[in-house]
Design a protein around this ligand. Structure first.
Ligand code: ZN
Ligand code: ZN
Ligand code: FE
Length: 751
């Protein structure tokens, strides 16, 4: 038998050993580069039983993708054996994602008679660090950052015992042989005492701490402490973007937020993302944690260190990435010391190195499933299985914001962890090193390199550099941004189209050289046609309009804008109006994100932003969920249908003038846009005959818009595809690029 999937480093061989023993079968099991192989000998009926039980009772971290069997001549040899690894040949095995501490390890952690009592690095085959500590494959201790720690006798006997829960658990260790925690002050001097108890005491007294986690350093402060959280915000130079909160357990989570069973399942699952949840009005959380937001991002502890720290702190803590504003998160001790010295009063650190920087993942919950916002720690590098195998290895380089890349070979698409906004040297270096690491881990040499059409994206330049230097025989494929969004939604759902793809986002480079972002594409994986879009409007000052949403209100409303809005911006207002009307330094865009900006500024919710998408986020967060009203928007026919976003802005203005509260207007705007999307899709169904819709682009992270759109489409008889495995935002673009490049290879091959 051959078993493929995530079957190494997850306790699969001891599991097989145990199962065979129980059933009285003889034979052997081992790892090789393709996965797990075994020979099973016994009565046919018992072997059938074994085959049925194999996937059903597999260890928690195992993902079985394929089991293949073929008959062998019986040898008559007694017993069942685990044979040693064979590292030669092509690497087809999968590296698993980091996984939260399991229940068995937590029990030992709390047991004063256990030799790992309160040891912050306890782990086993069913839990612990994986992707973040792997330097190379095969996944074996010498190729991880645990290599410097020689196992003590007790750990080694567990490691080599096939009946033990720690059999071949590569990061296995204990207080006698493993990593050690330290608490150091801002000068780098080690503080005396038990590090976690001392760290918790510091947090309780209002200090800001740096804490070395699984994929990088966090900075922490007591979530209920107004002074400490405000201090943390000021020191990080992060003005408004909400901080995530770690709570000790599910009961505490319920005190802060309203959580349904799906939310509970995601919070307590082994991936442990930050889950965005509706906040309770009296939640004891300081205002600086999530200003202007009625959601909180909660996560449960995912390492033993977190469990111990939260227990000692006795209250929820802010746990946010260890960086200054938009830099990548710090993950090496020396670097953290330099970069976090101005932020943290003290640092909890240890001597197990982090090899791969990995941020916390972030999800929302939509209709009983996860809606990913950021796919990273706990998910990467697990592959998505493609509907059809790719004929040649492909690299998708992604876009610019929320950057990821994607490597595909055979049936598998390996989407990278979240890398960040590719706007500075540090992030670009993370990106290029990440690509190298993935290529080594999964043994892929790309023969096709897919990239965005935007000539100025660093990811586009990287694609060209790679094809000019190292991979000179590789083929370059340029992929339109919104087509990639729709393809990512198709791949997310294992489908190939055709669909009516609704791609609503901030901005993407259109095939006509203008900026798109409110698109209706008739698309499959190979091709697309732009069948409808928002009416383009000028973006006064170009990128300045992205940072200052009030400029979009000026562009949409012109001289109709309320006096009060014009007055807020003084002399700038007139020059922006002039730019918009003369269309000088004002590129046209059909972006839906910019439409949200205009309404947010009109309602006085957000004039200028300090993180991407802020105006739209706050508009959703302010909306009155009891309101039922909606605004109408016109559609004109032509080669492509034109949806009049300006109608929605004018309707909002009319309501504002009659004294309707901004919260009500915000809802009516969301409803109006959703209803307009449904209407355009119905019109397109008439002309195309396609009755499947796919919703993608960062705007569909907005659950208020998403819910209304999906419900309206379904009422109209559409089947609707949304995201549940990769984010609808630009974090999913690399997968879409790969899917499109693969489809173009397929059609080229069949010609
Ligand atoms: Zn465990
Ligand atoms: Zn040990
Ligand atoms: Fe986009």
């Amino acid at each position: 038998m051959r078993v493929e999937g995530v079957v190494q480093g997850v306790g699969f061989r001891p599991y097989v050993h145990g199962l065979a023993h129980r059933l009285g079968l003889s034979g052997r099991v081992g790892n090789d580069t393709a996965g797990v192989f075994m020979e099973i000998e016994g009565a046919e009926q018992v072997i059938r039983e074994f085959l049925a039980a194999l996937p059903a009772q597999a260890p928690p971290l195992a993902v079985i993708e394929r089991v293949r069997t073929s008959p062998l001549v019986p040898t008559g040899e007694p017993g069942f054996h685990i044979v040693s690894s064979n590292a030669a040949g092509r690497r087809d095995t999968l590296v698993s994602a980091d996984s939260a501490t399991c229940a068995d390890c937590l029990r030992e952690l709390a047991d004063s008679t256990d030799r790992r009592f309160e040891y912050p690095f306890i782990n086993c085959t069913n839990c612990g660090p994986r992707f973040t500590i792997v330097r190379d494959v095969p996944y074996d201790r010498p190729f991880t950052t645990m290599a410097p720690f020689a196992m003590c006798h007790a750990c080694a006997s567990e490691y080599y015992d096939p009946t033990d829960r720690r059999f071949h658990a590569q990061p296995v260790c204990c207080p006698a042989c493993g990593p050690r925690l330290r608490l150091i002050d801002a000068e780098g001097t080690e503080l005396p005492g038990e590090p976690l108890a001392a760290a918790a005491a510091l947090l309780r007294s209002g200090a800001v701490l740096a804490v070395k986690g699984l994929g990088g350093f966090h900075v922490a402060a007591l979530a209920s402490d107004a002074t400490a959280t405000a201090l943390l915000r000021a020191r990080k130079h992060r003005e408004d973007k909400p901080f995530a909160i770690m709570v000790a357990d599910l009961d505490t989570a319920h005190e802060l937020c309203v959580i349904d069973p799906v939310g509970e399942r995601v919070l307590t699952g082994r991936r442990r993302p930050v889950v965005l949840l509706p906040r309770r009005s009296h939640a004891p959380v300081a205002p600086a944690v999530a200003p202007g937001n009625r959601s909180l991002g909660l996560m449960l502890p995912y390492t033993p260190l977190h469990h111990l720290l939260l227990r000692d702190t006795a209250g929820p803590i802010v746990l946010t990435s260890g960086n200054v504003s938009d830099e990548p998160i710090a993950y090496q001790d020396d670097d953290a010391r330099v970069r976090l010295s101005g932020i943290a009063d003290a640092t909890v650190t240890h001597d197990r190195a982090i090899h791969m920087r990995t941020d916390d993942s972030v999800v929302r919950v939509f209709r009983g499933a996860e809606l990913p916002v950021r796919r990273s720690r706990g998910y990467a590098p697990e592959p998505l299985t493609l509907a059809r195998p790719v004929p040649r290895p492909i690299l998708g380089c992604g876009a610019e914001l929320k950057s990821t890349f994607c490597l595909a070979r055979g049936q598998h698409a390996f989407i990278s962890h979240h890398i960040g906004d590719l706007e500075n040297y540090e992030t670009l270096r993370s990106f290029t090193e990440g690509v190298k690491h993935f290529r080594r881990l999964f043994d892929v040499r790309p023969e096709v390199i897919a990239h965005d059409l935007h000539p100025e994206y660093l990811s586009t330049k990287y694609a060209h550099d790679l094809a000019d230097t190292e991979l000179t025989d590789a083929e370059l494929v340029g992929v339109q941004h919104h087509h990639a969004h729709i393809a990512s939604c198709l791949a997310d759902n294992g489908e190939v189209g055709p669909v009516l793809g609704v791609a609503f986002d901030g901005l993407g480079y259109g095939s006509d050289g203008t900026l798109w972002g409110g698109e209706f594409l008739l698309a499959d994986l190979a091709t697309y046609q732009r069948r409808a879009h928002l009416v383009p409007v000028p973006m006064p000052g170009g990128t300045a309009a992205i940072r200052h949403p009030w400029r979009m209100a000026a562009a949409y409303l012109g001289s109709d804008a309320p006096e009060e809005l014009a007055r807020r911006h003084g002399e700038h207002w007139d020059s922006v109006l002039a730019m918009a009307s003369r269309q000088v330094n004002a590129p046209l865009t059909s972006s839906a994100g910019r439409l949200f900006d205009a309404v947010a500024a009109l309602l006085g919710i957000r004039d200028s932003i300090n993180y991407e998408g802020q105006a739209a986020v706050e508009l959703e967060q302010r909306a009155d969920l009891t309101e039922q009203g909606s605004y109408p928007a016109g559609v004109t026919e032509g080669t492509a249908l034109q949806l009049h976003g300006a109608d929605l802005v004018h309707a909002a203005l009319a309501d504002l003038r009659t004294g309707i509260p901004p919260e009500v207007i915000a809802t009516r705007f969301h409803h109006g846009l959703a209803d307009a999307i449904v209407r355009v899709c119905r019109m397109l169904r008439e002309t195309t005959g396609v009755s499947v819709a796919a919703l993608s682009g960062g705007v569909f992270q907005n659950v208020l818009l998403l819910e209304r759109t999906v419900a309206g489409l379904e009422r109209s008889g559409f089947r609707v595809l949304t995201h549940s495995r990769v984010p609808p935002n630009d974090g999913g673009i690399s997968l879409g690029q790969v899917a499109i490049a693969a489809a173009s290879l397929h059609s080229a091959d069949s010609c």
